[in-house]
Structure formats: structure tokens, C-alpha cells
Design a protein around this ligand. Structure first.
Ligand code: C2E
Ligand code: MG
Ligand code: MG
Length: 556
């Protein structure tokens, strides 16, 4: 909200409910106008009809300030000024014809009517305005003041003469959906109101509790509040931890709180609001009950956005590159496949490893464009490898969001057709965690990909929580044991046994097993002993640009 709209609202509010000072001043002005007009009418030669018409002015002013009742009273006074009892008042001074009572009655009626019409019209406008205010400044479901009300309040606070410092707390109810499912959607508004009134009473708040968005509560703690901040926070957390009795059922809230303070964290209402949300986001991510805004949080958010903004231009300007890491068949010691791993040569930042940008991109639709680019590059590489007499499949890492997009498979098929390459030249790597997050979908997607002819690897095995029953149902070809287990194999008996168990499990499920992250000969020997099928890792080769990878494959 900008300053001018805040002032306009202030003026409208003052006009709506005039204070005592305005009322007294208005009575005085109205009385002066009536007196002056009375004297002009009876003791001056000013044109009489002009003065009589001027009597509408105090009637209208009175109706504006005191509404219908004020309009009626002022109308009566105007009528009395023109009273037929006053002999000096001729209907027309020029011809000295005196008014009849009926004519006076009509005139008086007109004054009162104007008073009533003006007063009622303003009452109606007022009512409409109040309804509009209610709709714009209060949540329709909870009737609590909303976000705009809060921003207005902050603006008002910043313009007041008290200390301007304040802290804004935003609370989110994580289990709102679960509560709605249990108590019913139509009860949630009332339930929310109960939470708000609990907070308001127990915290002894001098300001409102706001309902911003569906399941978010906001509380403004100003410097002039009775309670100091640490005590307020302790109380707030303990109130939220207590169950809320609703229809005699104790309901527990699952909440996170984000907080930002003025003037340390921002200059105006909108900025403080945004910072409190950034803090809330951090609390949710780190599973902390409460988090305060910290400048570093903003930097992370901003740098994520800057990174995301750079993806598209970098795709257009060839700033991405694929590196290839060999997969070795442990029976023949030969390279049988290559994993394509993306590298970003950012024009300003330099080399950015995939771990720094892939997780961010995977949350956006950009991942489709990126994976299509990887497929296109890998398809070209596959043709070059074939030309060099290297009959290798290429593994591509695919994000769950890719598979959820209906267009993804047709787009990939188009790329393969354009390069005249079969799907069985590619392995798709999907992480176990991705699968667990979308259990029901996983099965369908895997069989669809298998039908197309792609080989499938379950990447980073051991880091997710997929059940054995679920794994048994899935249609995949390779189980790829996560690097973290392979890395630590030599460090302790336990890790060795985990890797051995994973290999056995893979074989029972009739899958071939790949160990990733093999960095030394001892680990390799141990894996061979355990009957592991394939291995990948720095011991053989780090991921390399295509030509270097081809050199690696062709050297003896
Ligand atoms: P990932 O698919 O599990 O890839 C294996 C990662 O382990 C690669 O890291 C690889 O360089 C690294 N690595 C391989 N052998 C060793 C070793 O012996 N020791 C150590 N310390 N590391 C080893 P990178 O290239 O940084 O990739 C990280 C992750 O980024 C990948 O994990 C994959 O999940 C993702 N990623 C990479 N390229 C793409 C891509 O094109 N698309 C998608 N969606 N994800 C990608
Ligand atoms: Mg992988
Ligand atoms: Mg992996």
C-alpha cells in the first residue's frame, strides 16, 4: 500500500465517523450560517430568493455530519426561519404578498426532505463503503483482519508518534488440511477464530490477530506492548503447543513461525512482510519452531533465483557441457556404458557443479528443457561413439518432474527419431528417493519407459526408504548402490555387509548391480569378491569431456 492511499483511507475514515471536535465545529458553523441568513433575510435588502435557497447549505452540512437526524433538525430550523408567524417575511418582498401557511408548509417540507435524502444517501454510501471495507480488509471465512488490514496497520504504526520498532510474526498451520478433513471445511473458519482469540487473550495483545492467506496467522508486536519480545515468544510457542478444544475435541496444531523486525530487516510494511515469509520458509525447511529473518537467507534465495534466471540464456549460448564417466563390467573389465553428467560453465560465476543447480531446477518446469538438451547432446555423442567403434549405452539422469510431464516422453522420442537412434541405446537413472516420493506413480512410469525400450537404473540405492515389496513390483534393470556406502566399505565391517547385502538383494530381485564411487583398488577387489556386476568411480576415471572420454576408452 502506498502513502497516498493510506492518507485517502484516513480521510474517508474521519469523514465516516467524525470526532467530537469536528461535530462541535460543525454545530458552530451551521449556527453561524443560520444566523447570518436570518439577518440577511429580515434585515437586509439582499435578494430574498437567493437567501432562501442558501438555507439548503446548513441543512446539507448538518446531514453530512449528523446524517438523517441532523438533516431533519436542520431542515426544521430552516423551516422555522421561514415561519409564516414572522410577519416581516413576505413571499415576495417586492410585491409585499405574505406567504400562506400551506406555502410555508411546502417549503418547510422541502427543507426536511433534502435533509432526509442527503442523510439517507450518505448512510447508504457509508453502508456500501463498510461492506467494501469488510470484503477488502477482512478474511471472508474467518472474519479476521486480513493481509491488507495488516499492511495498513503497519503503515499507521509507522506514521504514529509512538516508537516505530516492531516485530512481525507469521505462523503457518502445517496440518490445516488434516484438521479440515476432520472437522469439515465449513468449521475451519470458526476453528481459526478460536485460535486467534486464544492467542489474543493469552498474549494480552494490544493489536489484532490477522488471518493472512488460508492457514497463516500474523501478529504484530510493537514496542509499546506490555510484554517484551523473549517473553512473548515463549508464551506464543507454549500457546501453540497446547491443544485447542474445539467441539470438546482437543486438536493439536503443527505450526512454524517466521519473524522479521522493523527497522533492522526492512524499510516498509511490504518488505517486512516478505522477510517474515522468508524466515518462515527457513523454519519449515529446517523443521525449527521459530526462525528470525537473517540477511543470508535472502542471499540464498536471491542467488537461487539468479541461477535459475541464467539457465535459459546458458542453454541458448551453449554454456552447458556433458562429461562422461565410464561404467565398467567387472567380469570383462571393459567399459560398457557412460554416465552423462552435466557441467555448467557460467559466464560470470565460472564452473558450477550440478549439485548446486540441479536440485533448484528440478523444482521448476525448466528441468524439461534441460533434460531434453541433455538427451540431444547425448544422442549426438552416441553417434560419435558408434563412429569411433565404441558400442556403449549412455546413462542419463532423469528428474521425477520430467516423468510427471505428459509432453516429456513424446519430446524425447522426437529427439531420438531426429537422430535415428533407438531407445535401447540409453539408460535412464532415477533416484530411489524420487520414487518413494511418488510411490503410486512410480510403477506406471517404470513400465511405460521399459515399453519404450529404455533400460532403467535405480540410482543412489540405499538413500531412500523404498520397501522390498515395492522394489519387487518395479520394472527396472540396474540397481546402483549409493556412493556413500561404497566409499566407507573399507572403513568398517558394517558398511561392507550393507554393500554385500545390497548386491545379494539386487540379484534376488534379478537385477544387475552397479557400485558407484569406487576410488581405489581394494574397494574394487572387494566388490568383485562380492559378485558385483558393474562399477563406476574415480579409480577408473573422473567424468570427462567427450573427446577425453573417447581417448580413455580407446587406450589400452
Ligand atoms: P549421480 O547421478 O549419483 O552421479 C554420480 C556423482 O558422483 C557425480 O557427481 C560423479 O561425478 C560423482 N562420482 C562418481 N564417481 C565418484 C567417485 O569415485 N568419488 C566421488 N567422490 N564422486 C564420484 P556430479 O557430476 O557432481 O553429479 C551430481 C549429481 O547431479 C548426480 O548424481 C545427479 O544426481 C545430478 N546430475 C548430474 N547431471 C545431471 C543431469 O544431466 N540431469 C539431472 N537431472 N541430474 C544430473
Ligand atoms: Mg546418476
Ligand atoms: Mg548416484
Amino acid at each position: 500500500m502506498n502513502n497516498s492511499s493510506f492518507y485517502i483511507r484516513n480521510i474517508v475514515d474521519k469523514w465516516q465517523k467524525p470526532g467530537l471536535k469536528i461535530k462541535v465545529a460543525s454545530i458552530f458553523i451551521i449556527a453561524v450560517i443560520f444566523t447570518v441568513l436570518f439577518f440577511l433575510l429580515y434585515h437586509s435588502s439582499v435578494q430574498q430568493s437567493l437567501v432562501i435557497q442558501s438555507l439548503y447549505v446548513p441543512v446539507i452540512i448538518s446531514a453530512i455530519i449528523f446524517r438523517t437526524s441532523g438533516g431533519i433538525i436542520a431542515g426544521l430550523i430552516a423551516a422555522m426561519i421561514l415561519s409564516p408567524q414572522i410577519p416581516e417575511l413576505p413571499l415576495d418582498i417586492g410585491v409585499a404578498i405574505f406567504q400562506e401557511t400551506i406555502a410555508w408548509g411546502l417549503g418547510a417540507g422541502l427543507f426536511i426532505l433534502v435533509g432526509i435524502i442527503t442523510g439517507s444517501a450518505l448512510d447508504m454510501i457509508n453502508h456500501q463503503y463498510n461492506q467494501l471495507q469488510q470484503a477488502s480488509f477482512f478474511s471472508p471465512s474467518t472474519e479476521l483482519p486480513n493481509k491488507y488490514n495488516l499492511l495498513n496497520k503497519i503503515e499507521w504504526h509507522l506514521n504514529s508518534e509512538t516508537s516505530q520498532e516492531f516485530t512481525l510474526f507469521i505462523i503457518t498451520i502445517e496440518n490445516a488440511t488434516e484438521i479440515i478433513n476432520n472437522i469439515g471445511h465449513n468449521h475451519f473458519g470458526n476453528f481459526f477464530k478460536t485460535i486467534a482469540s486464544n492467542l489474543s487473550q493469552q498474549l494480552e495483545l494490544s493489536t489484532d490477530v490477522y488471518n493472512i492467506y488460508e492457514n497463516n496467522i500474523a501478529i504484530l508486536l510493537t514496542k509499546d506492548s506490555e510484554i517484551d519480545r523473549p517473553l512473548f515468544i515463549n508464551r506464543l510457542i507454549s500457546i501453540l503447543e497446547d491443544p485447542i478444544k474445539y467441539n470438546d475435541i482437543p486438536i493439536y496444531l503443527d505450526t512454524f513461525i517466521g519473524a522479521a523486525s522493523y527497522p533492522d530487516d526492512g524499510k516498509g510494511p511490504n518488505e517486512i512482510f516478505q522477510k517474515a515469509y522468508i524466515a518462515l520458509n527457513k523454519a519449515q525447511k529446517n523443521s525449527q519452531t521459530l526462525s528470525f529473518y537473517d540477511e543470508k537467507l535472502d542471499d540464498t534465495g536471491k542467488s537461487n533465483l539468479i541461477l535459475l534466471g541464467g539457465i535459459k540464456p546458458s542453454l541458448d549460448n551453449n554454456h552447458f557441457e556433458l562429461h562422461y564417466q565410464p561404467k565398467i563390467d567387472l567380469k570383462t573389465n571393459e567399459v560398457v556404458s557412460a554416465e552423462a553428467l552435466i557441467r555448467w560453465h557460467h559466464p560470470e560465476i565460472g564452473m558450477i557443479p550440478p549439485g548446486k543447480f540441479i536440485p533448484q531446477i528440478e523444482k521448476t518446469a525448466l528441468i524439461n528443457e534441460l533434460t531434453c538438451w541433455v538427451f540431444d547432446e547425448a544422442a549426438k555423442a552416441s553417434l560419435l561413439l558408434n563412429d569411433a567403434g565404441l558400442d556403449l549405452t549412455i546413462s542419463i539422469n532423469v528428474a521425477p518432474r520430467n516423468l510427471q510431464c505428459d509432453d516429456f516422453l513424446p519430446q524425447i522420442t522426437k529427439i531420438l527419431t531426429a537422430h535415428a537412434i533407438e531407445a535401447n541405446s540409453f539408460e535412464l537413472e532415477l533416484t530411489e528417493t524420487d520414487l518413494v516420493e511418488g510411490l503410486a506413480e512410480g510403477k506406471k512410469i517404470f513400465s511405460e519407459l521399459a515399453k519404450q525400450g529404455f533400460k532403467i537404473s535405480l540410482d543412489d540405492f540405499g538413500t531412500g526408504y523404498s520397501s522390498l515389496a515395492y522394489l519387487k513390483e518395479l520394472d527396472f534393470d540396474y540397481l546402483k548402490i549409493d556412493r556413500s556406502f561404497v566409499d566407507d566399505m573399507l572403513a568398517g565391517e558394517e558398511n561392507k555387509e550393507i554393500v554385500s547385502a545390497a548386491i545379494t538383494l539386487g540379484h534376488i530381485l534379478k537385477k544387475e548391480v552397479i557400485a558407484e564411487g569406487v576410488e581405489n583398488k581394494d574397494t574394487l577387489d572387494l566388490l568383485k569378491e562380492m559378485d558385483c556386476d558393474y562399477a563406476q568411480g574415480y579409480y577408473f576415471s573422473k567424468p570427462k569431456p567427450l573427446l577425453e572420454f573417447m581417448d580413455y576408452c580407446t587406450q589400452d
